[in-house]
Design a protein around this ligand. Structure first.
Ligand SMILES: Cc1cc2nc3c(=O)[nH]c(=O)nc-3n(C[C@H](O)[C@H](O)[C@H](O)COP(=O)(O)O)c2cc1C
Length: 151
């Protein structure tokens, strides 16, 4: 069975609710094991064991959150060259922008040679039902792709 790892940070509630929606969507696909972890609890062994990765972060100061950067720093050299080509996607909780979080994550995962298989889901301003639906769809599509061997 394929494993999908969802790693996220939240300083409040928004990105956590998005993560739960991604997890809900992913779990609608029975053929995939879904692991949801906060950045602080996740490390290289989790990433090496995963067939796919979905990252979630708030945008803070025009960048990914410090905890997401810490996670990526801890896994980078341990996983470099060992996860090449594996699929990844990203969701961002932002106040009014989100593009800095997207570009900062994308620059780093490029170095891991992860393969972006879904457009980033960015929720700006107040969290809406439509954002949560997009997150569920992201999780479901990603898990289905893993289960079917599309990625
Ligand atoms: C220290 C700090 C810096 C922030 N910087 C940005 C920013 O640069 N751009 C933006 O769109 N929102 C920014 N925000 C707003 C957060 O991204 C937004 O409130 C987000 O939804 C928080 O998600 P969370 O509840 O999961 O922590 C910032 C918030 C904090 C606390």
């Amino acid at each position: 069975m394929k494993t999908l790892l969802i790693v996220y940070h939240t300083g409040g509630v928004k990105t956590a609710r998005m993560a739960e929606a991604v997890e809900r969507g992913a779990k609608s696909e029975p053929g995939v094991r879904v692991v949801l972890k906060r950045c602080a609890q996740a490390g290289p062994a989790d990433l090496l064991a995963a067939d796919g990765l979905i990252l979630g972060t708030p945008e803070n100061f025009g960048y990914m959150s410090g905890m997401m950067k810490d996670f990526l720093e801890r896994v980078f050299y341990a996983c470099e060259g060992k996860v090449s080509g594996r699929p990844y996607a990203l969701f961002v909780g932002a106040g009014q922008d989100g593009s800095g979080a997207v570009s900062s994550v994308e620059r780093i995962v490029l170095g891991l040679r992860l393969n972006r298989v879904h457009a980033p889901v960015v929720a700006v301003k107040d969290l809406q039902e439509s954002h949560l639906r997009q997150c569920e769809e992201l999780g479901a599509a990603f898990a289905a792709g893993l289960a079917l061997g599309v990625f």
